[in-house]
Design a protein around this ligand. Sequence first.
Ligand code: NAP
Ligand code: F7E
Length: 327
Amino acid sequence: MAAKRKAFITGITGQDGSYLAEILLERGYEVYGMIRRSSSFNTARIDHIFGELELVFGDLADGSAMNQLMRTIRPDEVYNLGAQSHVRVSFDIPEYTVDIGALGTLRLLDAIREEGVRCRFYQASSSEMFGQAREVPQNEETPFHPRSPYAAGKVFAYWITRNYREAYGMYAVNGILFNHESPRRGPTFVTRKITRAVGAILRGEQDELRLGNLDAKRDWGYARDYMEGAWRMLQAEEPDDYVLATGEAHSVREFLEEAFSYAGLDWRDYVKIDPRYFRPAEVDLLVGDYSKAKQKLGWEPTVRFHELVRMMVDHDRERRTTEEHYL
Ligand code: NAP
Ligand code: F7E
């Protein structure tokens, strides 16, 4: 019997890591996930598959750990999803955000190179790199104009991934993913903040929702679809970079309207604008052109805006324990 393929995931405790781990387990991989030591539980999104995973401690800030993990695991596929991924927070802790997002990527790539591991590498690049975008929609050729420390760090990570591909012949790819959401989305990102508030209002536990800029427009897709796309990128014959998106833009206001009206509520009765949630520099409009991924990987989103909002509201309507919050 052929040996199982080994995948190594940073960021396995996050939204995307949990879906990717499920997909890889379904496809017969041995899945290694890197987790950070925490004084409290941080594995709620993967507890249901805990017994099937090999979890190892590490941190993208710790280069010697990266080397040791690559040397001992010798994976066939590496997915680098670990990051301080909150754009607003990146203005508060810019150095840390860039250390993990940018230098962390370099540490991992260099550990693979130094240890002579012949694996395929996926980098979680972001539509935030387009920032103040020069064209609409954005594709793989659109120039970058990052508008936050988070996005500037991701631009470095994008280029260092391409550099290791060009300089060392590594199979290293960038998935340039537009916003993707799910019932497992972190509660401080705007979509989940809204759907959780809808649930809490329906249960009589909350009577106000404080938000920032309602005019920003995003291209919101479903996280599991995007992790299917990430996997496909590593199965292609040649390494390349791909945009994953839905091609539809909606404003935060439209998301509010959709989520509240689905629950029979009027968002205007609850929403207060709070300057704390505005960003020093905003990204006004992102919408992606995924035709390359469609043509070369046969990838397409299966869940569109309306269905996504409803899926998240349905999840958050139910009262849930802390463990169930992400499942
Ligand atoms: P997420 O839910 O915020 O998860 C981030 C993951 O990174 C968590 O597992 C977190 O671990 C881990 N992490 C944080 N700091 C780390 C460190 N110092 N060392 C190692 N791991 C660390 O993010 P996500 O939405 O799943 O996104 C996954 C990746 O895709 C991120 O790189 C993000 O920047 C990128 N991305 C996301 C989107 C999107 O719309 N979701 C779009 C484009 C790109 P803890 O649980 O211990 O905090
Ligand atoms: O903000 C506006 C905010 O934090 C979306 C990350 O996964 O996707 C995500 O980054 C928009 C922004 O996501 C609130 O100003 C209004 O315009 O949900 P978000 P993001 O910044 O687009 C990209 C692709 C990533 O790569 C990132 O890792 O919503 N907004 N009021 C608000 N946003 C938040 N968080 N909270 C508010 O109260």
